[in-house]
Design a binder for this molecule. Structure first.
Ligand code: C5P
Ligand code: MG
Length: 191
């Protein structure tokens, strides 16, 4: 069983790499951003709350995202393991994830942090915005706010996993295959 936290700023390549990891290791991919966007599309109450935050590049409350993770874990009891993409975004979320996994006799195996500098992130996100249809990828101020929120609220999560000896940095620039190679090497250590 591998439970992988795929960490990194917006535009680091978490979604792209998740697709390849799913294919190779058969893990269940849980992207809280994708789940929130699905709620927005379905215009649920949760989706309306999420939309107000996402359009500004701010974070949805810990309770909401932790609840979504809890539901996803409960719905996939037979899984070989999970990729957590875009979650945890705060130390409180990381603590809650540990508790939820422990209740199911699981734990985080490794946290891989995709390292990409801000100018490259901005370039990638604006490029993605042309095709993703995501409003939060099309506005430079919103993108820069997402990166600030990442630096202020999400970066401390790295220290949380570092203290557990689970944090590994992966160079997030280069070809998709090169980056996937580096990720695979780390995943194989957890098999
Ligand atoms: O993970 P992703 O970049 O797809 O997230 C898009 C937006 O969804 C974030 O900018 C944030 O507004 C919201 N989000 C959140 N909490 C999470 C994941 C996403 O608030 N755990
Ligand atoms: Mg993503």
């Amino acid at each position: 069983m591998i439970n992988l936290v795929l960490f990194g700023p917006p535009g680091a390549g978490k979604g792209t790499q998740s697709d390849l990891i799913v294919e190779k290791y058969g893990l269940i991919h849980i992207s809280t951003g994708d789940l929130l966007r699905a709620e927005m599309k379905a215009q649920t109450d949760l989706g309306k709350v999420a939309a107000a935050k996402i359009e500004k590049g701010e974070l949805v409350s810990d309770d909401i995202v932790i609840g979504m993770i809890k539901n996803k874990l409960a719905a996939n009891t037979g899984a070989k393991g999970f990729i957590f993409d875009g979650f945890p975004r705060t130390t409180a979320q990381a603590e809650a994830l540990d508790v939820l996994l422990k209740e199911l006799n699981m734990s985080v195996s490794v946290m891989l942090s995709l390292e990409v500098e801000t100018p490259e992130l901005l370039k990638r996100l604006l490029e993605r915005g042309k095709v993703s249809g995501r409003a939060d990828d099309q506005n430079e101020d919103v993108i820069m706010n997402r990166i600030s929120v990442y630096n202020a609220s999400t970066l401390p999560v790295k220290e949380y996993y570092k203290a557990q000896g689970k944090q590994q940095e992966i160079k997030g620039v280069g070809s998709i295959q090169e980056i996937f190679q580096a990720i695979s090497t780390e995943c194989d250590k957890s098999l």
